[in-house]
Design a protein around this ligand. Structure first.
Ligand code: PMP
Length: 384
């Protein structure tokens, strides 16, 4: 078909090298490779072809609230939230970003006052996502600066980052700073049914989501924000204008089609008849977690956070959480640098200090390929 010709005339990206029985297995990043199997199985239903004369303009919709949001993308995102029930989207402005990483920076910009000249403190409860300190500080902004663990914060005004379920440890979190002048950014990258029971439709001031961890399309680099306050949303839009003059329309169209297929499958086909995305990923994750818990239980030297379960409004039953990362602790005498110890055994992980805690714990991605996960499990089982 003509669509095949179009997609095969340019060489596709090579991705990461394959993992073999004795190669290094890299589970440092949370690359969502696990989803490839699902999308392989859907054939071309979610594939799009963009004619060369389309998406040429800078503008998506000059009559909308945000001129660079594709109306089709906005429609499918709102539909997805209604389907899953993880967030309230009615009454919220929807913004799009190059990954939620860009929207995170737009939110810091929008929430930091410009008047008094002292940078706004940015905090998050430890262990916190390792990118928060680095992304907050890398430009040495005069508007905001990283101020560490929310538990040790003593000032009266800050931006608190709330990640739930939490990267790295999977904890279900609420804001911990009670002061009225605190502003929050809720990072809901993993608030999807494959990772955690959907316990409520969240309705916070700024909520960030990403297709990276929802459908596995991290390379599309697309995130979205639900923002309650109009002025804050307008400032975020200004950031996006100055930073990248909007967001790729091609990516938005692709993501819109992908989300449309996810929603169509749930709305039009009974569960069990076709492969539904969240059910597929939930099953994969549950399988991986039970294998990991089994080898950890027999190891005698490792431990994991306790399993969490509760009623899921999406699944309409009690379900067990399957966090995207394993927060693995080592109790073996003499192993102080656990990341280094695992590296000697050809397993690359991310050590606790990057998340604001000690070195005897590491974060391991649970989202990689079957090959990488299998080799990882085999190596952990052999460690005594
Ligand atoms: N927030 C959290 C908690 C994450 O783990 C990630 C991805 N690792 C992101 C945000 C960023 O996602 P992206 O920029 O791919 O949308």
């Amino acid at each position: 078909s003509s669509s095949k010709e179009i997609t095969t005339t340019v060489e596709p990206s090579k991705g990461k090298p394959p993992v073999t029985q004795d190669s290094v297995v890299n589970l440092d990043q949370g690359d969502p490779a696990l989803y490839k199997e699902f999308w392989d199985g859907t054939g071309d239903r979610a594939t799009i072809v963009i004619p060369v004369w389309q998406t040429m303009s800078y503008f998506s919709d000059l009559s909308g609230f945000c001129w660079f949001v594709e109306p089709g993308f906005e429609r499918e995102v709102r539909r997805l939230h209604r389907l899953v029930g993880n967030a309230i989207s009615d009454g919220y402005h929807l913004l799009v970003g190059t990954g939620s990483t860009q929207l995170f920076q737009a939110a810091l910009y929008a929430l930091s006052p410009t008047e008094n000249g002292t940078p706004m403190s940015v905090v998050s409860l430890a262990p916190y996502y390792s990118s928060y300190p680095s992304v907050t500080n890398f430009l040495n902004s005069g508007l905001y600066r990283w101020d560490g663990d929310a538990n040790t914060f003593t000032g009266d005004k800050c931006i608190e980052l709330v990640c739930s379920p939490n990267n790295p440890d999977g904890g279900i979190r609420k804001a911990v700073i009670k002061s009225k002048s605190t502003k929050t950014i809720h990072d809901f990258a993993y608030y999807w049914p494959q990772y955690t029971p959907i316990i409520e439709a969240a309705g916070h001031d700024i909520m960030l989501f990403t297709v990276s961890k929802c459908t596995g399309h991290a390379g599309t680099r697309l995130g979205w924000a639900l923002v309650k306050d109009t002025e804050v949303a307008q400032k975020m839009i200004k950031f996006m204008e100055l930073n990248t003059i909007g967001v790729s329309k091609d990516s938005q169209l692709r993501a819109a089609k992908i989300l449309k297929v996810v929603c169509d499958d749930y709305e039009l086909s009974p569960i069990g008849k076709v492969n539904h995305l969240f059910h597929f990923a939930q099953r994969k994750m549950a399988e991986r977690w039970s294998r990991l818990r089994a080898v950890v239980a027999t190891s005698g030297i490792f431990s994991l956070p306790d399993e969490l379960s509760s009623y899921c409004m999406f699944a309409k039953e009690n379900v067990t959480a399957n966090p995207p990362f394993a927060w693995l602790r080592c109790h073996k005498d003499g192993v102080d640098d656990f990341e280094g110890f695992l590296r000697e055994h050809k397993i690359i992980t991310r050590g606790g200090t990057k998340f604001g805690v000690d070195e005897r714990v590491v974060r391991v991605s649970m989202l990689d390929t079957d090959e990488a996960f299998n080799v990882f499990i085999g190596r952990v089982a052999s460690l005594k």
